[in-house]
Ligand binder design. Structure first.
Ligand SMILES: NC(=O)C1=CN([C@@H]2O[C@H](COP(=O)(O)OP(=O)(O)OC[C@H]3O[C@@H](n4cnc5c(N)ncnc54)[C@H](OP(=O)(O)O)[C@@H]3O)[C@@H](O)[C@H]2O)C=CC1
Ligand SMILES: O=C(O)CCC(=O)C(=O)O
Length: 444
């Protein structure tokens, strides 16, 4: 049996109840086959794949907090420190009722390769809780965040592990967590990214994931002799990534006609009004029905459905496994040319294969949403040198990083005779650096 198959079997047996983690591992190991085959003896002796698929450590802890009625509530907190071969653990905190250890492990595993692709010295980790910030008062969110950080602060630090935002964790939550870290540890350090601009945050971090997604999409189009100008784009999600992806796509001359949230979706043939979307989602934290109520050209539909709209480019920016095989078939039938993932693992394995087999240019999230964590690493640099760069400086660095990622993944795919397979290219290019660092550091 090949080394890849042996490790895949072992990972499946050990993590049978974690489907998202298994999906993420399968995607990576399948595309690494040619790299592993070329180095099979060495990697097997060093148990490299066993080590790279096993987190350095998994923290799971109780998070008690008091709600507005005086009732004690208990949530579960997680931090998976996956791999710090190339830098301190780095990755967001997800606050959503669906969070469990398998989801945090898949996100932490992906983060290892994504962070490597940025070219910056950051390892991979992820965390979060099954706490749902929706419908909670600011005081309740603060009580949760303070309790969460009271435990987490024992295991993180500016040179150890630097968490950030993800689904359900935005500037408000990062602020409360930063305050509690400072209070308990008595240290003012860049222990979190995505901080507010008055206390160590970086300009352009808010926009970075969405803008970065469009910078790499633009480069992809350019390298295929196309541009963003006049293209019709469908986007899912209506959160941080989606909002700034829509904004940048429109600045590039494309028309974005959809967005969605966890209850429904909008079709707006005149183009999404970003200012209105920001007002509804960032300020009021309301449902998309409020967007539709305020905009004549918009249709609101319950459930899911953005992928049925005819488009040139599709950008899934909500959550994992939101673009399924039937959606992929619909996109191909409608003539979609490119799918670039803003979310983490939004496309199922069979949908990815269908898109690739049918000539759709497909860039996976590890590469295409890396602009967020890359800008977090730029925030860490600014914190270390006690300086703040301008928006233009950070944005220019972000753009260059995304263009470099495109060419690195394209080159990696070509080196292994898989031209145009950007999933394989991303996994290979991300893996090579981490593997080399792990081997250089001995058995650890
Ligand atoms: N923020 C960042 O910097 C980065 C984020 N990502 C990834 O991007 C994705 C979106 O994150 P982000 O924008 O930060 O998160 P937000 O919480 O800001 O927004 C998430 C959006 O997706 C919707 N959503 C969440 N879960 C579901 C679901 N099960 N079905 C349908 N819609 C859903 C939410 O709907 P509702 O409004 O109803 O909650 C919301 O509109 C995630 O996969 C995240 O891991 C990747 C790289 C960096
Ligand atoms: O900015 C960060 O550190 C994390 C971003 C993130 O969670 C992600 O890339 O999925």
């Amino acid at each position: 049996m090949s080394y890849v198959d042996e490790v895949l079997e072992r990972v499946k047996a050990k993590n049978a109840s974690e489907p998202e983690f298994l999906q993420a591992v399968e995607e990576v190991l399948e595309s690494l086959r040619p790299v592993i085959e070329a180095n099979e003896e060495k990697y097997r002796k060093e148990a490299l794949l066993e080590r790279i698929t096993e987190p350095d450590r998994q923290l799971k802890f109780r998070v008690p907090w008091v709600d507005d009625k005086g009732q004690v509530q208990v949530n579960t907190g997680y931090r998976v420190q996956f791999n710090n071969s190339i830098g301190p653990y780095k990755g967001g905190l997800r606050l959503h009722p669906s969070v469990n250890i398998g989801i945090i492990k898949f996100l932490g595993f992906e983060q290892v390769f994504k962070n490597s692709l940025t070219g910056l010295p950051i390892g991979g980790g992820k965390g979060g809780s099954d706490f749902d910030p929706k419908g909670k008062s600011d005081r309740e969110v603060m009580a949760f965040c303070q309790s969460f950080m009271t435990e987490l602060c024992k295991y993180i630090g500016a040179d150890v592990d630097v968490p950030a935002g993800d689904i359900g964790t935005g500037a408000r939550e990062i602020g409360y967590m930063f305050g509690q870290y400072k209070r308990i540890r008595g240290m003012y350090e860049g222990v979190l990214t995505g901080k507010g601009l008055t206390y160590g945050g970086s300009l352009a971090r808010t926009e970075a994931t969405g803008y970065g997604l469009l910078y790499i999409t633009e480069e992809l189009m350019k390298c295929h002799g196309e541009s963003m100008e006049g293209k019709t784009v469908v986007v899912s999600g209506a959160g941080n990534v989606a909002i700034y992806a829509i904004q940048k796509a429109q600045q590039m001359g494309a028309k974005v006609v959809t967005c969605s949230d966890s209850t429904g979706w909008i079709y707006d043939p005149e183009g999404i009004d970003v200012a209105l979307l920001k007002e509804v989602k960032e300020v009021k934290r309301a449902r998309l029905t409020e967007y539709a109520a305020a905009r004549k050209s918009a249709e609101y539909h319950e459930g899911r459905g953005v992928w049925q709209i005819k488009c040139d480019i599709a950008l899934p920016c909500a959550t994992q496994n939101e673009l399924l095989i039937d959606d992929a078939k619909q996109l191909v039938a409608n003539g979609c040319k490119a799918v670039c993932e803003g979310a983490n693992m939004p496309t199922t394995l069979d949908a990815t294969k269908y898109l690739q087999d049918n000539g759709v240019w497909f860039i996976c999230g590890k590469a295409s949403n890396a602009g967020g964590v890359a800008t977090s690493a730029l925030e860490m640099s600014q914190n270390s040198e006690r300086l703040s760069w301008t928006f233009e400086e950070v944005d220019a660095k972000l753009k260059q990083i995304m263009v470099n990622i495109y060419h690195n993944i394209d080159d990696a795919a070509k080196r292994y005779n898989m031209e145009g397979n950007y999933v394989a290219g991303a996994n290979i290019a991300g893996f090579e650096k981490v593997a080399e660092a792990m081997l250089a550091q001995g058995v650890c």
